[in-house]
Design a protein around this ligand. Structure first.
Ligand code: F3S
Length: 413
């Protein structure tokens, strides 16, 4: 790989041991993928911020880095942690577990990581520009940055993201190269679905596309309009059920103003029509539980936006969550503050719902709750919940989820 003079100096240890090790890791990664050189990144976003992911090994690694004076070189934000830092007792987190998460927070802070604790850093703290190179992990954020914004990042693994943050570079391969961003498989949304572009349609479509596309770049044609929250929900589901890191939605995302642009003049390798039966079959797969009593309802995956908070508040106004059901809404601190100022949190909390800030159901230890059946409007939660939370999962619209929280039971979508 071609290295610049500065990169050679980093390898010689001129900027300290953490940078030397980090660059070595990145060079090995680049060599494995045939990268010819490094590219400077505008920002990093790391996932090893959660004790659930990092564990004791993470604490050991971060402690060593801090001892050696490691500092991030570019703006670096972090994914949700494993606790709500101000309310972990409310979520029955064991104190010794919370303490380990606080330790990680201290170490990351000493390295200069911005304590965002969110999977939606692009809402406020770390907003990329079109065409910018990044070093991000967190599958739902990577797919949003690549697809909706047009920034460029591969889906980095935990700790590789930290290496990128420490040297402000990543090897230039994959989605950093314009020729590797062309669409590969086509999904034609049938016109029979054109009346169905409601919020809950997007995670189901994403889930279906992710399963079929795997790690290829899907092009979705036939969606007439989509809000940012709908694109966020679509991408999170596609990145969970498959390992999609970039999609093009024709007429909606910036690198696909037309079908031709999405393919950059080539023909798709594969074409799938998405009609009513594909959506119904996918819904069936997303539901691992039957309708009936639910003990936990999870909203805000990926972390809720201010528009979603407004909607939750409107749906909960004057209502009460059923005494045998928990309703948890995940968000980041910026959205929490704004929602508090707007009066949404007061309405939400008065109804008995709980705000879960800086973390989520999938990152927290929930053993003390003995949940059996979770309802959610998130395709990503629907994919991971059976293994991470260990419950059956019912996927439903936001309205149906809130209704389920109020009634303590859920019917079908
Ligand atoms: Fe975010 Fe947790 Fe969902 S990290 S994308 S709220 S699983």
């Amino acid at each position: 790989m071609h290295l610049t003079e500065e990169e050679r100096q980093i390898l010689d240890g001129a900027f300290g041991e953490p940078q030397r090790i980090a660059l070595n890791v990145l060079i090995k990664l680049g060599d494995a993928y045939g990268a010819e050189r490094m590219v400077e990144i505008a920002s990093a976003h790391i996932v090893g911020s959660s004790y659930q992911i990092a564990g004791e090994a993470g604490i050991e690694i971060y402690s060593k880095l801090v001892e050696q004076g490691a500092k991030v070189k570019v703006r670096t934000t972090c994914d949700p942690g494993s606790i709500d830092f101000s309310r972990w007792q409310v979520f029955k987190t064991p104190p010794d577990y919370a303490e380990r998460q606080v330790k990680i927070a201290e170490l990351l802070g000493q390295m200069g990581v911005i304590p965002t604790w969110t999977c939606t850093p692009y809402t406020a703290f770390n907003v990329p520009r079109y065409g910018e190179d990044l070093g991000w992990s967190e599958s739902s954020a990577v797919i949003f940055a690549n697809s909706v914004i047009g920034a460029r990042t591969n889906r980095l693994a935990a700790y590789v993201d930290v290496c990128a943050a420490l040297v402000g570079r990543v090897p230039r391969f994959g989605l950093h190269l314009p020729e590797c961003r062309r669409g590969q498989v086509l999904f034609e949304v049938a016109s029979e679905l054109s009346d169905n572009f409601e919020d809950h349609f997007f995670p189901v479509l994403g889930y279906f596309v992710g399963q079929k596309a795997g790690d290829r770049i899907p092009v979705i044609n036939g969606v007439q309009k989509a809000t940012l929250d709908q694109l966020k929900a679509f991408g999170a589901a596609a990145a969970a059920s498959g390992s999609v890191a970039l999609y093009h939605m024709v007429g909606i995302t910036p690198e696909a103003r037309t079908l031709d642009e999405a393919y950059r003049g080539r023909q798709p390798a594969d074409r799938t029509v998405v009609g009513r039966s594909e959506i119904d079959n996918t819904l069936e797969q997303m539901n691992t539980g039957d309708s009936g009593a639910v003990d936990i309802v999870g909203l805000g995956c990926p972390h809720a936006s201010i528009d979603q908070m407004r909607r939750y508040a409107a749906l909960l106004k004057g209502k009460y969550v059923h005494p045998s059901t928990e309703l948890w809404i995940c968000a980041n601190t910026v959205v929490e503050d704004m929602a508090r100022q707007m009066g949404y949190i007061e309405t939400i909390e008065r109804a008995g719902a709980k705000l879960m800030v800086g973390t989520c159901h999938n990152d927290c230890p929930l053993g003390a709750w003995n949940f059996r059946r979770l309802a959610t409007d998130s395709g990503k939660f629907a994919y991971y919940t059976p293994t991470t939370v260990g419950t059956k999962c019912i996927f439903a619209s936001t309205e149906a989820c809130i209704e389920a929280a109020i009634r303590g039971r859920i019917g079908s979508l």
